[in-house]
Ligand binder design. Structure first.
Ligand code: MD3
Ligand code: FE
Length: 224
């Protein structure tokens, strides 16, 4: 018996309210992918734990002599550090004298998928800075300028407690906009947004079911 193909329409909450599939332009070159990392959150947190077992979080000191309230570590061929001498990338963890732990494949895959969605196909990060925030921790506005080629985007991944992120433009005096970054959110910063000033307001206290009183942020970069 002849049966016509069943026509159907797939309607999800996301497709109803966000026909672009969760893509939101924060600014020219800056794309927010809400919840892009949610499906792999446990895998990402386990990979952070594995990195931290080899390269523990530490509070680095700026060239000006201030200890950062954000605790940091790295994985990949290069890692970002600051000390009394300078901000720079190193191939070895200065605390251990050993190479930074390898980049977990789940980090690389997420970065590649997010960058491609945002219009940067073939992004291959060689450095991942892992930031850990606790209530009271903040990151004052700055530019990321220690990478060799600003033609590559930076992919950031937020996990755990939510934070208010602020970003402006290439000049320090450019007005700042605020956006809440929540567990699972991914942002791709490229093109004209690559040299935007940005920072994180003081983390409010709270409890996240997977991370407790902490927020983690991954920034995946092509540094070398
Ligand atoms: C905009 N991290 O590690 S992620 C950093 O939440 C850093 O820990 C913040 O700023 C955090 O350097 C913000 C979002 C982000 C990261 C890099 C950018 C935004 C950016 C580079 C250029 C422009
Ligand atoms: Fe930054």
């Amino acid at each position: 018996m002849f049966r016509p193909m069943m026509p159907y329409i797939w309607v999800t909450m996301q497709s109803l309210f966000d026909p672009d599939g969760g893509m939101e332009a924060l600014a020219p070159g800056a794309v927010l992918l809400r919840g892009q990392a949610l499906a792999i959150d446990a895998e990402l947190l386990a990979a952070i734990d594995a990195v931290v077992a080899k390269a523990p979080f530490r509070h680095m000191v700026t060239p000006g002599g201030f200890e950062m309230s954000v605790a940091m570590t790295n994985c990949g061929a290069a890692g970002w550090i600051t000390d009394r001498k300078s901000y720079r990338y190193t191939t070895d963890d200065p605390e251990s004298g050993r190479p930074w732990p390898a980049m977990p494949p789940v980090f690389r895959k997420l970065a590649d998928a997010a960058a491609a969605k945002a219009g940067f196909p073939g992004f291959v990060p060689d450095a991942c800075l892992i930031n850990r925030y606790e209530p009271g921790t903040r990151l004052s506005p700055h530019q990321d300028r220690d990478e060799a080629d600003f033609g590559h985007p930076i992919v950031s991944v937020s996990l755990g407690l939510p934070a208010t992120f602020q970003f402006g433009g290439p000049r320090r005096a450019d007005p700042l906009k605020k956006v809440a970054l929540c567990h699972g959110d991914v942002v791709v910063w490229g093109g004209p947004a690559r040299l935007a000033h940005h920072g994180v307001l003081t983390l409010k206290s709270g409890e996240h079911p997977m991370t407790g009183r902490r927020r983690f942020n991954l920034t995946l970069r092509k540094a070398l």
